[in-house]
Design a protein around this ligand. Structure first.
Ligand SMILES: *Cc1c(COP(=O)(O)O)cnc(C)c1O
Length: 379
């Protein structure tokens, strides 16, 4: 089956009891048992819920994994992932991470985990991290990154990790499984904030982990039940509904982002446009190899720094100034003052998260309207 068919049918049989084409939303915390310890497959909804199980089945198949676990948020998924690394472990992660993931790794540090943040888009840095005698227990990658849209060569990074018997986890939120399948490139675990493209309508918070092997899935099922950060059944239903149109939406996001990136790239008030689809983007050739398209996220640095960026977001009419991304509506974010405010300023500035940087989540509106909106805001 091809993508648009898989998104609607794979792992999604009509309900055997009623024929309902959508999974029933099981709003229950517990399940009757016929005798102590004998239940019909579910005992308590933190441990398992049929609507959540329906979502987990679909996510596992879309990423090509042995199975998936759904969480209350992307960060809840990340915290369950990092829980498995005790004091004394070493985690190597990208330095342009989602800011909340970076905060979570700061917490891991207070628990005695060594965390090294490096620019993984340069493979030499990854190689250097592995050349130290101290084993790397987890390589945690985000590609493309947020907000600088750096691209890491997953195949090569996985090969390095494999040679050192290191697990690899990839945050696939920006690409979605429609554009990139890290498990197919050898990664062990995929993380999603389903809040973003999978949900797609800015109406829920959710997360997921997808596993290459059944053994890892079962190990983390224990962590999911122990940590307890599970999503409610209605949110699971909404993610499943979003997934049905993921292919259509991602195509529109990519086409619109291409138009927006091309417009910004030519504009005299733009110092640099960051979009992996632009041929001059340093990660373009890797992105072309490992992704099916370049996604819906575009960042740009505007001449005139913070005052210029402030003026642009004030003047934009269609792009709403808001955190988050991946919904049908276009959003603009000022990373330095919003999503990445918690990153120390010297780290931010050194990386290029400057006062003049704006990140656009390009929605699925008419591309002409989006470009016109940007044109008038920049005039
Ligand atoms: C939003 C996001 C997260 C965190 O997910 P929440 O659902 O907000 O907890 C993690 N990684 C990336 C790339 C994100 O965009």
């Amino acid at each position: 089956m091809r993508w648009d068919t898989r998104l609607i049918h794979e792992g999604q049989e009509p309900d055997p009891l009623t024929g309902s084409v959508n999974p029933p939303v099981y709003l229950t915390s517990t399940y009757a048992q016929s005798s102590p310890g004998t239940a019909k497959g579910f005992v308590y909804s933190r441990t398992g819920n049929p609507t959540r199980a329906a979502l987990e089945r679909v996510l596992g198949k879309l990423e090509g994994g042995a199975g998936a676990l759904a969480f209350a948020s992307g960060l809840s998924a990340a915290s369950a992932l990092f829980m498995a690394y005790p004091s004394g472990s070493r985690i190597v992660a990208g330095d342009d991470l989602y800011a909340g993931t970076r905060r979570l790794l700061d917490v891991a540090r207070t628990h005695g985990v060594r965390v090294d943040l490096i620019d993984t888009s340069e493979l030499a840095n990854v190689r250097r991290a592995f050349s130290e005698p101290r084993k790397v227990d987890l390589l945690y990658l985000e590609t493309p990154t947020n907000p600088l849209l750096k691209v890491t060569d997953l195949k090569s990074a996985v090969a390095l990790a494999r040679a050192h018997r290191t697990r690899v986890a990839v945050d696939n939120t920006f690409a979605s499984p429609v554009l990139q399948r890290p498990l197919g490139l050898g990664a062990d675990i995929v993380l999603h904030s389903t809040t973003k493209y999978l949900g797609g309508h800015s109406d829920l918070i959710g997360g997921a982990l997808v596993f290459r092997t059944r053994a890892m899935l079962e190990k983390y099922r224990w962590y999911q039940n122990t940590q307890g950060g599970i999503p409610g059944p209605l949110d699971c239903f909404l993610v499943l509904r979003g997934i049905h149109t993921l292919g259509l939406r991602v195509r529109a996001h990519c086409a619109n982002a291409r138009r927006v990136a091309a417009f910004l790239d030519r504009h005299p008030k733009v110092a640099r446009t960051l979009y992996p689809g632009l041929p001059e983007h340093p990660g373009h050739s890797v992105a072309r190899r490992q992704m099916d398209d370049y996604g819906g996220m575009v960042s740009a640095e505007f001449r005139g720094g913070l005052p210029a960026a402030r003026r642009i977001v004030r003047r934009l009419k269609i792009f709403t100034l808001a955190e988050s991304l991946g919904g049908v509506e276009s959003l603009v974010n000022h990373p330095a003052l919003m999503t990445h405010r918690s990153v120390p300023i010297e780290v931010r500035e050194a990386q290029g998260i400057t006062g003049g940087l704006l990140r656009f989540s390009v929605g699925v509106e008419d591309a002409d309207d989006l470009v016109e909106d940007l044109r008038q805001a920049l005039a």
